[in-house]
Design a protein around this ligand. Sequence first.
Ligand code: CP
Ligand code: NVA
Length: 307
Amino acid sequence: MRHFLNLADADADAIAAMLADALDRKKARKDWPKGKVDEDSPLADHVLAMVFEKSSTRTRVSFDMAMRQLGGSAIVLDSSNTQLGRGETIADTARVLSRMADAIMLRTDDHEKAQTMSNHADVPVINGLTDLSHPCQIVADLLTIIEHGKALPGLQIAWLGDGNNVLNSIVEAAGLFKSDVRIGVPPGYEPDQGFCDAARSKGATIRLTHDAVEAVQGADVVVTDTWVSMGQADSKAKLAAMAPYQVNEALMAHAKDDALFLHCLPAHRGEEVTDAVIDSKASAVWDEAENRIHAQKSVLRWVFGQI
Ligand code: CP
Ligand code: NVA
């Protein structure tokens, strides 16, 4: 049984194969209507149950479109409208959904819940974001980086702002592909220590700094995300601490001339990123958002043993 709770559930070769598959499939359906099924219809007759305990636009639509394009279908369960929201356990929900669907995607708060879901499911479970990590997003980010002609080994990635779930998965990816991540965060907002240690032990360079310019200096890719993730307290103190890490034109000027800007979205324009950067030529955020579909298709094919 293959679950995809973190990138490390697959090895570097498997992630590289997912990326190659995503690129091929994306190319093969260029200019097709978005709902048209891929010629080989590899997930025909398969149904994905998607459980959302937090809001979503991209994850929800990209997984639904991914299943359609692979010839299958998806069912969305918002926890507020399900028995999960009234106290049915994750374990029992996992048992029931395993009898009714071929795979489960879960977006939730505590990563332990995703773990529990996978422990009790008889079908693959995919992490559609937890407070700890967001691996599906990072498959799309890697795809976007490669499509823009950059190689992953030795790639210099700068992260600015909050040391959150998205950063943890970037750090994990750096461990798989031996990239270099320079993290510019205020004191107290560092990423998960376990993810950093694991990536370093695999040969990645993970450097933390409180100096935004130092983080961005010479970067190939500059990445940021909301300063306040879903479920976090929106405190004035946190916003003030984050202010020096805003990605604006002055900061981008310290990255390489051909540096890419990435953001998983939704963006808070004027907070973590300015309009001038997110709407600039360097910004690949719309490719990145579209790539959620192509990346999720490969994740789905991988959990079903097709990659
Ligand atoms: N990037 C991302 O996961 O977006 P959603 O919250 O809209 O799914
Ligand atoms: N870090 C953000 C990502 C949203 C896609 C959050 O968890 O809210």
